[in-house]
Design a protein around this ligand. Structure first.
Ligand code: PEP
Ligand code: MN
Length: 325
């Protein structure tokens, strides 16, 4: 952002006032007409432009055009049916990594619903690194997931892996999930956008924040009404945890870009013992919700067993959520 300061103003005073508002400005540049330009660093505190305009001596503000105007205008609330999701009303999305059978998903849905969870997530189409790993039960699993959610009065969140499945998944789910591996699949983003339903957009494991925001722009510019940005950890040199959960990016999106962010500490850590503390840290960082994988027989989970929590282990997360809202 560039702030123009009138030539008659006390430049030192203007700079001190801006600094008091949390703005960092680079060295002043004198313009030919005598006014001065102050360049505000992007790491400054985000504030209402009107507060800057009100500073005596400020005569203009210009912002370089953003590459993602729709994301900039999205705001902190995602609307899912009658529900508003934001950091003032954070949610828990939970369910098994994979929907394995009608009985399994119904048992898990019931136990989650008893605890007050209203968003049921389960995978029908699984993006597995190995073609020999369990790939999900496909369209049958979508019907089982829908039936379990209906029996318990829950909303469905599930991943759409391919353009071919967009309409089928949209018929069964309130929220369509774009997985990490598909964040850069622009044909899929366009097709999902056209459906107009809320989307949970996972960050690619190697995406910059700007690339993630631009993926959101694809969705919003093609028709999505609400996008929840899901941080699920990025790849680094260290393999101690499955990924590095980027809570700095969570705070950035929540507090600077003013967007709804969901944090997935299950894939972020890959370890059941770290999920609850990181879920709480995510809420403290400004998340509008957390997504946690559970299984009522965690050691038997057909995918991601090492990170599967028993639903009873969610109690501390639920109390943090109640404290936040
Ligand atoms: C998932 O959410 O089940 C999943 C596969 O996660 P990600 O796309 O983040 O790897
Ligand atoms: Mn999983």
């Amino acid at each position: 952002m560039i702030i123009t300061v009138s030539r008659s103003a006390d430049l030192g005073q203007v700079r001190r006032t801006l600094a008091g508002l949390g703005l960092w400005v680079a060295a002043p540049e004198r313009r030919d007409d005598g006014d001065t330009l102050l360049v505000v660093q992007s790491s400054s505190t985000s504030i209402e432009l009107d507060l800057i305009r009100a500073v005596p001596g400020v005569v203009g503000i210009s912002k370089p055009e953003s590459a993602h105007p729709r994301v900039d205008g999205h705001g902190p609330v995602a609307v899912v049916g009658k529900r508003s999701v934001s950091r003032d009303e954070p949610i828990l999305i939970s369910g098994p990594c994979s929907v394995e059978s009608p009985e399994q998903i119904e048992r898990i849905a019931r136990s989650l619903r008893e605890k007050g969870v209203t968003f049921l997530r389960g995978g029908a189409f699984k993006p597995r690194t190995s073609p020999y790993a369990f790939q999900g039960r496909g369209p049958d699993a979508l019907s089982w997931l829908r039936a379990a959610a209906d029996a318990c009065g829950m909303a469905v969140v599930t991943e759409v892996l391919s353009e071919h499945d967009v309409s089928t998944v949209a018929e069964h789910a309130e929220v369509l999930q774009i997985g990490s591996r598909n964040m850069h699949n622009y044909a899929l983003l366009k097709a999902v956008g056209k459906v107009g339903k809320p989307v949970l957009l996972k960050r690619s494991m190697a995406a910059t924040v700007e690339e993630w925001l631009l993926a959101g722009e694809y969705l919003l510019s093609h028709g999505s009404g609400s996008v929840m940005f899901c941080e699920r950890g990025v790849r680094t040199f260290d393999e101690t945890t499955r990924n590095l959960l980027d809570l700095g990016a969570v705070a950035l999106l929540a507090h600077v870009h003013n967007l709804p962010v969901i944090v997935d500490p299950s894939h972020g850590t890959g370890r059941r013992d770290l999920i609850v503390p990181l879920a709480r840290a995510a809420l403290a960082a400004g998340a509008a919700g957390v997504m946690i994988e559970v299984h009522d027989r965690p050691e038997e989970a057909q995918s991601d067993a090492p990170q599967a929590l028993h639903p009873d282990a969610l109690a501390p997360v639920l109390s943090s959520l109640r404290g936040a809202s």
